[in-house]
Design a protein around this ligand. Structure first.
Ligand SMILES: *Cc1c(COP(=O)(O)O)cnc(C)c1O
Length: 387
């Protein structure tokens, strides 16, 4: 009997220990973990640097109120701004909080320049921006919003339908919010030219561009942000997942222009940006933002993707497509997704589903080449069994 509410359909397995790319059950069975808490543990399990950071900081100071200055947060905000488009950062505790705060920043900016009616956010139909009330209505998915009443202020366009995108912009639109790579949506990569056109459109219509990098950001694609390859400059970027390496951290990055609306009292979070979280964030940032680390992610990705594409060639009736960039990878199947994931798990490889019959593969960013090879072997074996 479980006292947990039944809002998850959990697999009947649990783990007692993790190390790097691996998870271990109580009886010592070892699994190659290519879920990593859904792109959260970017440095794998039990990373020595993160252990040391949390140990050291836990002896000094865990939590103080945002009523006071927090030097660890100042440090992390500075690193994030120096590395990216951003001029200012606001810390939160999760992805949904970060996307919600991003929406608040956009609305508040227009309010502060005397355009209080510009509040509507235009999003991709069936995207994913988290599970708070506003975030589910931003996502515009029937499955997620059913039974939860209504939160207004969101419009939707169909992915890839540029005419519907243009038509949905009204005088009350404040911003367009999209994921540069749709994670839950099936590892759908928005092409660079689309991001460029999107930026142009936002400039022309004088609206803001919010790029949700909660899943695809923090070096996951081999660039610190997925949008960097397109060279566009967003106005607001919510982040979370990877930045804490397993510790819950969210944040909103923003330009100086839009930050002008966020005056004292306009937003807050009790836990957001506390010293313990910020110490961990600083260590993650130091590791994952270095040129050398990013280049290694790109190298590993090239090797892995090329092997996966060979498998696709070998099993054209099983694998429909290999999607993604960096170590944010999707295998789109012809065969049943749940069955495939189960077979991978029986062979000690953990993966997770995404929309459009895609299996998501999210290794830690410091994964070893031989671990990627091991995964390819297991996927190949399952494909051979199904042929
Ligand atoms: C995971 C995710 C969120 C929500 O993050 P939570 O920490 O679960 O609230 C928001 N946006 C995207 C793109 C995500 O992948």
């Amino acid at each position: 009997m479980s006292y947990l509410a039944k809002n998850y359909n959990r697999k009947k397995i649990s783990f007692v220990r993790g190390k790097g790319s691996y998870l271990y059950t109580a009886n010592g069975t070892k699994y190659l973990d290519f879920v990593q808490g859904i792109a959260v543990n970017c440095l794998g399990h039990a990373n020595p640097k993160l252990i040391k950071t949390i140990k050291d900081q836990s002896k000094k100071l865990w939590h103080v109120s945002n009523a006071f200055e927090i030097p660890e947060g100042e440090k992390l905000a500075k690193k994030l701004c120096k590395k990216t488009f951003a001029d200012y950062v606001m810390f939160q505790n999760s992805g949904a909080e970060a996307t919600e705060a991003a929406i608040k920043v956009a609305r508040r900016y227009f309010y502060s320049i005397g355009k209080p009616n510009k509040i509507r956010i235009l999003c991709v139909k069936n995207s994913f921006h988290g599970r708070t009330l506003a975030a589910i209505f931003a996502s515009g998915s029937k499955k997620m919003t059913e039974g939860f009443g209504h939160v207004g202020g969101f419009d939707h366009f169909t992915y890839g339908n540029h005419k519907s995108l243009r038509n949905k912009i009204t005088k009350n639109t404040a911003a367009i919010m999209i994921e540069p790579i749709m994670g839950e949506g099936g590892i759908k990569v928005i092409p660079d030219w689309c991001l460029k056109e999107l930026r142009k459109l936002c400039d022309k219509k004088k609206i803001l561009l919010i790029l949700d990098e909660v899943q695809c950001g923090i070096s996951r694609t081999g660039d610190f942000f997925a949008f960097e390859k397109s060279k566009v400059k967003p106005d607001i970027v919510p982040i979370a997942k990877g930045i804490g390496g397993g510790f819950p951290i969210g944040a909103v990055l923003m330009s100086k222009k839009v930050a002008s609306g966020m005056t004292p009292g306009t937003h807050g979070s009790t836990f957001g940006g506390n010293p313990l979280a910020m110490a961990v964030g600083n260590t993650v940032m130091d590791v994952v933002s270095s040129r050398k680390f990013l280049n290694n992610v790109k190298e590993l990705s090239k090797h892995f993707l090329s092997d996966l594409n060979l498998l696709k060639k070998k099993y054209p009736r099983i694998i429909k497509n290999i999607r993604g960039r960096g170590l944010l990878i999707g295998i789109q199947l012809y065969k049943d997704q749940a069955m495939f994931i189960k077979k991978l798990m029986n062979n000690k490889l953990l993966t997770i589903r995404a929309a459009e019959n895609v299996i998501r593969i999210l290794p830690p960013l410091n994964v070893k080449k031989k671990e990627l090879d091991q995964a390819v072997k297991i996927i190949s074996k399952v494909c051979a069994e199904l042929r």
